[in-house]
Design a protein around this ligand. Sequence first.
Ligand SMILES: *Cc1c(COP(=O)(O)O)cnc(C)c1O
Length: 429
Amino acid sequence: MRIGRTIPPAASPIYFRDMLNGLNSIMQGKTETERFKKELQEYFGVKHCFLVSSGKAALTIILKSYHKLHPDRNEVLIPAFCCYSVPSAIISAGLKIKLCDVNPETLDFDYSQLKELIAQSSPVKSAALVSTKHLTGQEKLKAQGNPKSKLLAILPVHLFGLASDIEQIKKLLVDPAVAVVEDAAQVMGTEQKGQKLGTIGDVGFFSLGRSKSISTVEGGIILTNNDKIAQQIKLQLVDISAYSLLELMKLLFQAFILSIFQYPSFFWFPKSLPFLRVGDTIYDPEFKIRKLSRFQAGLAKNWKAKLFEFSKSRRNAASKWSSMLNSTGITYYSSGNSSLFNFIRYPIRLENGKTWEMALTHSEENGLGIQLTYPDSINGITELHTESEGKDFPAARKLAREILTLPVHPLLSKKDIAKIESYMKSLQN
Ligand SMILES: *Cc1c(COP(=O)(O)O)cnc(C)c1O
């Protein structure tokens, strides 16, 4: 166990004044929640916005709503390397998981495999769908896509700050009934070619979890311009309850703890308590789904300023890392567009397994905040049954043992950066 300055791998500070705003908001009725929603709608330029208790909750509600619109479809296609929250939410929604391998150069879908999977899921596409071209809009609506397909949605995941190529997915999709649900949990505020991530797919969602772009301890945001799905989501939300008083107390307590123990000077303490499972990636389809509380909306009162400030420090650290890694020969990721350096964790790839393990151990002992991402590809989760049973996803499996992330969060000091830099330079890839 380490006692002393320990850098968290990712962090999203909650300040004392956020706490005051949160407490204040509890007294103020619904105004803060409505204000937060309005500001999000305006900033992201979307018609509909819904606020819930987590990114997982947001995804579950989105998928259930789509399933209501297409009850004969139950498969959700996701990248085989992504956050374990994604399969947790799909199972929680009562749906099935279909996997596609990833491209190790981009951490996005392997698009040749995606193309095949889409083609397989629409066996009669050429006859049934291409011929709808001559139909009027009204008739097209009736056509409702391919009646034989089980595919309900494709879920591009923007990992760490890198953008998935949604335009390409849209081009590959010939079946209009398949939804593109954008997992923007890690990229709130990031843009791709002038479009805000989270608003490019049919529906998008963000997470307000403790290590995401900005945090309200936990929380989820759903965005869409599609009236039909928004209507369904609204119906789903009727049955979702508010936080109970006890849950609210717990939230208050967690916010207080986070406002202190995310700081590197104190982070060693929660990290040393194994029952807190700090940094663990857990597959768990049993989680609570609630409406976002007024307290959380209050915590988010300064969200735009915080997002701006945090993105600035994250971009600074990321550009530091890219120029440092340039001289070490270690593989790092950039999208070729500096505006995209909005990482919440900075991914690097160490192809040598020994070096990978050594770096992890060294970081653990010295509190450097260098961390592994997801312990295995999604098909490697033992409790999980997927529709891709028996198939292997070699790129995804390999990435789980090659990717590490460097911290970029606003709580990094100059000294921390220098310490990490000197260690990385000593690594031979
Ligand atoms: C964190 C995360 C989620 C889930 O968000 P929670 O708020 O933690 O439930 C989903 N997808 C990705 C890619 C994430 O990083």
